[in-house]
Design a protein around this ligand. Structure first.
Ligand SMILES: Nc1nc2c(ncn2[C@@H]2O[C@H](COP(=O)(O)OP(=O)(O)OP(=O)(O)O)[C@@H](O)[C@H]2O)c(=O)[nH]1
Ligand SMILES: [Mg+2]
Length: 195
């Protein structure tokens, strides 16, 4: 599969204002600053279609991008943590939870986890949340370029072990928005679910 076209369609602040459910959706979820928007840009081969920032709390709406005229790629605000008001954080959490639990069109949820840190309570909450919906979960470890060669396998093993303790076994892929590692695997998952 190749990315032939990508366009921003809309940012939604409630489930009600999201696009009609006609075409499949693929979402990127994870805590603020984990690298969701950056990885989306890398995946799409676009520099700045999704806005990024070094300050957690950049993405503030559920952003829908139409890809190849056949599916939506969905960039979500940070889950469970962001440098924003408590009430705002709680609102996003509710919005994201509702979306992941109930959205019929949602086929794959890419759950982004920082490769440099062990599995957090927020990550466990997200894993449980994804389990309540029907979409296929795929874990993407982010910022893999920041790890040394032997840290890489260690990080994958450690996070996999943490997830296995919850009796879950999603695929785990090491990625980087900087050097592009993992991009082919992400493409593979996306295309396998679109056929
Ligand atoms: N070295 C490195 N830095 C990254 C990578 N991905 C993201 N970053 C940096 O991490 C910071 C956060 O990136 P974003 O893509 O905005 O993170 P986000 O998850 O979308 O954050 P929110 O929108 O706030 O929820 C930025 O400073 C990025 O440059 C990566 O693969 N490697
Ligand atoms: Mg973002």
């Amino acid at each position: 599969m190749k990315i032939k076209s990508a366009s921003f369609v809309m940012g939604a602040v409630s489930v009600k204002t999201m696009p009609d459910e006609g075409i499949p959706e693929i979402a990127f979820v994870g805590r603020s600053n984990v690298g969701k928007s950056s990885l989306i840009n890398k995946f799409l081969g676009r520099k700045n279609i999704a806005r990024t920032s070094s300050t957690p709390g950049k993405t503030q709406e559920v952003n829908f991008f139409l890809i190849n005229e056949v599916f939506y790629l969905v960039d979500l605000p940070g889950f469970g943590y962001a440098r924003v008001a408590k009430r705002q954080r709680a609102e996003w959490q509710k919005l994201i939870s509702g979306y992941i639990r109930h959205r019929q069109a949602l086929r794959i949820v890419f759950h982004l986890i920082d490769s440099r840190h062990p599995l957090s309570d927020i990550d466990r909450d997200i894993l449980r949340l994804i389990g309540e919906g029907d979409a296929v979960p795929v874990v993407l470890l982010t910022k893999g370029d920041k790890l040394s060669g032997n840290q890489r396998q260690k990080s994958i093993n450690e996070i996999r072990r943490g997830i296995a303790e919850m009796s879950l076994e999603p695929p785990v892929i090491l990625t980087s928005a900087k050097d592009g590692r993992g991009k082919e695997e992400i493409l593979g998952w996306v295309s396998s679910l679109l056929v």
